[in-house]
Every structure is written in structure tokens, then in C-alpha cells.
Ligand binder design. Structure first.
Ligand code: NAP
Length: 276
């Protein structure tokens, strides 16, 4: 019997997840399908009834459902609970388990693009305190980074998130960047700045140590102005497309039983769709 998976969202037509999963299904000659399904918020309970009936092995959840599905899942894993968002559903014997693989996607991307990046890393700067920042701070905490500076345009949002996530998270405004840069080994942009060529006004990347790594989770354009500036300064950079590809790995493995690889061919195939 064909094993079926999905991505639900509203709207859903721009999702690149079908391309990623269908490529892996073909590569591994699996009897499976992965389809994008437009589900409105009011249709979510009925969709979960379909899930419990065993029609699907599971699937992905995207905007605007990542928080709403919490209340509908039979169980949510502790990391997804800490992050406050579910992006992957796995159905087992009529029960729906909610997981979050964004943090694994972030880590997988950096591990592939900058091996050893977290070894001895004492100070990281995370720009932004929205939904994606939550997953990234949890990811950085899982690697034992000593201090995570969480800088946001609206500092009060960074303060609330730092309190919620606890531990070694120091909140502040974007204006604190230049004073912290000299000791920072990693800078992560999790804001939407960079899309459509938008740029930060006052971040002086030249103040970073020459060994610093700069990464952006915005991937349209692939090289954001932040990454272009970092590259021009000779700093290491990793773009955000790999996070999208790597976050898909654990879901595919759970539904179809094969751990797929993020290859250069897959990356090129998805890259070719950017800007469309
Ligand atoms: P979100 O929850 O809406 O948060 C947006 C963040 O951007 C907030 O911290 C917000 O600051 C900040 N921001 C927005 N406009 C700004 C501006 N003009 N100047 C300074 N800061 C600004 O969004 P999200 O879900 O975290 O997503 C953020 C970005 O990450 C999106 O571009 C999304 O496509 C991308 N993303 C990529 C991946 C991937 O796999 N590569 C995964 C998830 C998300 P305030 O609090 O001050 O409003």
C-alpha cells in the first residue's frame, strides 16, 4: 500500500517541501506520495480526524498552523513544546505525535556547511526573537554555547523569550550588536531582514573576529546582503537553504523508513525554484 505524507498550510502553493520529499521518494524507489494540501484553520480538526483514520503516515505543518496543531496532537515531544511550534506530524496506531525539526535543520545545515562550528563556541548573537529564533536558541542551547545574545528590534520581545527559554540567553536591542561583536563566534539572522534585498542599518560586521561564522535563515535571495557583506570581509558564511533541506530529513525517515541525504543535486533542484 502506498505510504502517504503531506504538507498542510494556508496558502500552500509556494511550499518547496513536495519537491524535496518527492525527489527522495524517487531516489529511493519508494511506494510513497507527498502532497501539498491547503487546509484552512477552521478545517484543521476535520483534517486531524483523517489523520487518526490512518490515511497518512504523517506530514509537515507550515504557516499558519504551527502553533494551532499543538492542541490537536495526542502527544507533543518535549523540544517542540519548548520551542512552542510543531512542524512535523507522525501518525502511529491512530495517534498523532507533534515534533519540531527546524532546530535539527538549523544544526544539520551548520554541521554540513561549517564542520566543528560549535566546538568551544563561547558567544553567539541571534538577531530576531520571532518563531524561528525560538527553535534556533533551543538548538544553540543543545550544543552548550556559553552565552547566547538575543537581539531584537523590539527588545521586550527578546526579554520575554529569554525569560521563557531560561539559562544562558541575554536579551537586548539590535543596537547592542557592535559592543558584543568583538567576542562573538557566531551571528545568526532569524529576522525577515534580507528578503527582497532589505538590510540592517547599523551592524558593523568588521568588528567580528576574523574566525566568526555568519549565517542567515532567510534564503530568498540565497545570498542576503548580510551574507554578502560577511563574505566580502572574509568571514565564513552559511546560507539558509540548507536549513530547509535538513529539517525535512527526520520527517521523511519517520514516514518512509529511510534516512535521506541532502545532496548537491537536491540543493540545486530546489535552488532552481527560488525566485519563482
Ligand atoms: P516572525 O515570527 O514573524 O519574526 C520576525 C522577526 O523579524 C521578529 O524578531 C521581528 O522583530 C523581526 N523583524 C521583522 N521586520 C524587521 C525589521 N524591519 N527590522 C528589524 N527586525 C525585523 O517570523 P519567523 O517565523 O521567525 O521567520 C523569520 C524569517 O525566517 C522569515 O524570513 C522566514 O522565511 C525565515 N525562515 C527560514 C527557515 C528556513 O528553513 N531557512 C525556517 C523558518 C523561517 P520584532 O519583534 O521587532 O517585530
Amino acid at each position: 500500500m502506498t505510504t502517504k505524507a503531506f504538507v498542510i498550510g494556508h496558502p500552500i502553493n509556494h511550499s518547496r517541501s513536495p519537491l524535496i520529499h518527492q525527489s527522495w521518494l524517487a531516489e529511493h524507489h519508494l511506494d510513497g506520495s507527498y502532497e501539498a494540501i491547503d487546509v484552512r484553520p477552521d478545517e484543521l480538526p476535520a483534517f486531524f480526524a483523517r489523520l487518526r483514520s490512518g490515511e497518512f503516515a504523517g506530514g509537515n505543518v507550515t504557516i499558519p498552523h504551527k502553533e494551532a496543531v499543538f492542541g490537536l496532537c495526542d502527544a507533543v515531544d518535549p523540544l517542540a513544546r519548548k520551542i512552542g511550534a510543531v512542524n512535523t506530524l507522525v501518525v502511529n496506531e491512530g495517534k498523532v505525535l507533534g515534533r519540531n525539526t527546524d532546530y535539527l535543520g538549523f544544526l544539520g545545515n551548520l554541521d554540513a556547511g561549517a564542520p566543528g562550528w560549535s566546538n568551544g563556541l563561547a558567544s553567539a548573537i541571534v538577531l530576531g526573537a520571532g518563531g524561528a529564533a525560538r527553535a534556533i536558541v533551543v538548538a544553540l542551547q543543545s550544543r552548550g554555547i556559553a552565552t547566547i545574545h538575543l537581539l531584537n528590534r523590539t527588545p521586550s520581545t527578546a526579554e520575554s523569550l529569554a525569560t521563557e527559554l531560561g539559562g544562558n540567553v541575554e536579551p537586548g536591542g539590535l543596537g547592542a550588536f557592535n559592543a558584543l561583536a568583538g567576542a562573538a563566534g557566531l551571528v545568526v539572522n532569524t529576522t525577515s531582514i534580507g528578503m527582497h534585498g532589505s538590510r540592517f542599518d547599523d551592524l558593523d560586521l568588521a568588528l567580528l573576529p576574523k574566525t566568526a561564522l555568519v549565517t542567515d535563515i532567510v534564503y530568498v535571495p540565497l545570498e542576503t546582503p548580510l551574507l554578502a557583506e560577511a563574505r566580502a570581509l572574509g568571514l565564513r558564511t552559511v546560507d539558509g537553504l540548507g536549513m530547509l533541506l535538513h529539517q525535512a530529513v527526520p520527517g521523511f525517515e519517520a514516514w518512509f523508513g529511510v534516512r535521506p541525504k541532502v545532496t548537491a543535486e537536491l540543493r540545486a533542484r530546489v535552488e532552481a525554484t527560488l525566485g519563482h
